[in-house]
Design a protein around this ligand. Sequence first.
Ligand SMILES: Cc1ncc(COP(=O)(O)O)c(C=O)c1O
Length: 404
Amino acid sequence: MLNPRVSDLPDYPFDRLRTLLDGVEPPADMKPLVLSVGEPRHSPPAMIAETLAENAGLWGRYPPGDGTPEFRIAVADWLIRRYGLGEGAVDPDRHVLPVAGTREALYLISALVVPQKKSGGAPVVVMPNPFYHVYGGAAAVCGAEPVYLPAAPETGFLPDIAALDEKTLERTALFYFCSPANPQGAVAGVEALKAAIRLAREHDFVLVADECYAEIYDRDPPPGALQACAALGEGFDNVLVFHSLSKRSSAPGLRSGFVAGDDKLIKPFKRLRNYVGPQVPMPAIAASTALWKDESTALWKDETHVEANRALYRRKFAIAEGVLGGRFGFYRPAGGFFLWLDVGDGEAAAKRLWSEAAIRTLPGAYIGRPDASGRNPGGRYLRLALVDDPETTAEALERLIKVL
Ligand SMILES: Cc1ncc(COP(=O)(O)O)c(C=O)c1O
């Protein structure tokens, strides 16, 4: 009765974690601290509640799939400003589409761009390893063969594109590329992005650049795939970028993001989404418009909610640097809000941290896949999301070093 592509999906990482910790009791005298989930817990900017209230009359309307002209303009302006794309480079109507958080859209894009067959045989969906679990689910349900590119220390924690052979490239329909990367926080430079785009055009596949951590960075703003397109000077062909307000504005509950890029993909994606894509409610579209505009209306750049958000993450990485020092291969990631710690055996460490220190962390193996030799590139690691306030973060890390 069930579609085996769905029933055979591996358990979601957080379900695996629940199973691992089932029956393991944390110490009764310690407050449980949850660092396993990448859910930002900074206060969302007040402008969300204000704009939602101002637009409360719109809850009674069915939201249009493409949002509002104001939303699309705010996004196009932001992209142009953020990535230096040049006046008019992004057409709000042709190049931008709102999505109800990027998770659903990252999944659904596979239904649009993965055919039953490619010229070289079964279609391939390429993704880094470890990876955001939705890429794997999307590949499996659309019947593609997943190809996992190791993103290990040897390649600066970025997927090694050069490892793809011609035969695989011929069959590739979709390539999920995440920068800044979840979990490692690695950031791809413009040259790496250009190389991926060139490959996509040469072999006619779609490069999906998952840039939802683009605004959480330590020093330099991470470059984006549209910026690399501009550097190549040949438009946005074969490229889609996915951005979200969940991390940038600490508003995961708003469920608001956008897709932008190749209009030959945006147009049919909009058509497909008319059937199945969840729309963003109108009051939420109004709040999102305000959030994307925030930087342009602030008097000083560092008054914006995004800079304040970034500053808070920087404070927490400084705390981590102080507490962990050189232990567990600690490094300060260029982007994102995760610590990716080499603890030898991530699963064993997660279990001990829960039972001895009441800290919930995610074993790296749960977001990786074993390679041909059976080695999971996430196996040695623990992922810690630094999403709480600095004091809680410090307490969690102090507990961690006592146990490990
Ligand atoms: C790499 C990556 N992409 C996409 C998402 C989806 O975020 P949202 O659906 O909130 O936009 C997440 C969320 O954790 C993520 O880590």
